[in-house]
Design a protein around this ligand. Structure first.
Ligand code: GSH
Length: 201
């Protein structure tokens, strides 16, 4: 399988890069200079990430991670479809983009990313409150030494960790989440995935 990842550091494209590193799958990176004004030539919205897999283009970080994890069952980054744990895995794979990410995205965009003129201050208190509600239930869920599925680290942990790292200051009140993100980001595959592109293997 030939995999080319269209990638910008410090974006959602870390997700598939981290997964590919966990899988030890061969891949190449094509840097998209999003912050310098370049748009991704293979994504209909110009966004990252996108992958070319044997000539086919696939977008959406969650879909890319989902599919790639299933392609390498021997790496145990996704439970088998017949495994009861699979349902729980699907739950967490979707929880990140559907429930955790929207309020975190609003806070991030309207406090840090958008040019000041475009920020809407009134969005921030509600989005922060909603994000904190979600963090509270996650802190209960992750109040142990493992991962979302217990002992098994999966692609769902990649999805969730990358979002939790967007707003580190809001994690301070949730020690189980701080410990969880410290555990997951200490993984060698994550450390390789955040290396500057010219130093990547
Ligand atoms: N839901 C998409 C979101 C993709 C997305 O919005 N990516 C951001 C970077 S994290 C981006 O490319 N923004 C610039 C743009 O869309 O032009 C995914 O998870 O892949």
């Amino acid at each position: 399988m030939e995999i080319e990842l269209y990638y910008t550091p410090r974006t959602r494209s870390v997700r598939p890069r981290w997964l590919l590193e966990e899988l030890a799958a061969p891949y190449s990176l094509r840097l998209v200079d999003l912050f310098g004004g370049e748009s991704n030539p293979i994504h209909p919205l110009g966004s990252v990430p996108a992958v070319r897999i044997d000539g086919e283009t696939l977008i959406e970080s969650g879909a890319i991670c989902h599919w790639l994890a299933d392609c390498f069952p021997e790496k145990n980054l996704a439970p088998a479809t017949t495994d009861l744990q699979r349902a729980r895995y699907e739950q967490w794979m979707l929880f990140t983009p559907a429930t955790l990410e929207p309020p975190a995205f609003d806070v991030l965009m309207h406090t840090q990313i958008l040019p000041e003129k475009k920020r809407v201050e009134a969005i921030v208190p509600y989005a922060t409150e909603r994000y904190q509600q979600v963090l509270k239930i996650l802190a209960k869920e992750l109040d142990h030494d493992g991962y979302l599925l217990g002992e098994q680290f999966t692609a769902a942990d990649i999805m969730m960790t990358t979002t939790l790292t967007w707003l580190p200051e809001l994690l301070e009140e949730y020690p189980p989440l701080l410990a969880y993100t410290q555990r997951t980001t200490a993984r060698p595959a994550y450390q390789r995935a955040i290396q500057p592109i010219d130093e990547a293997a």
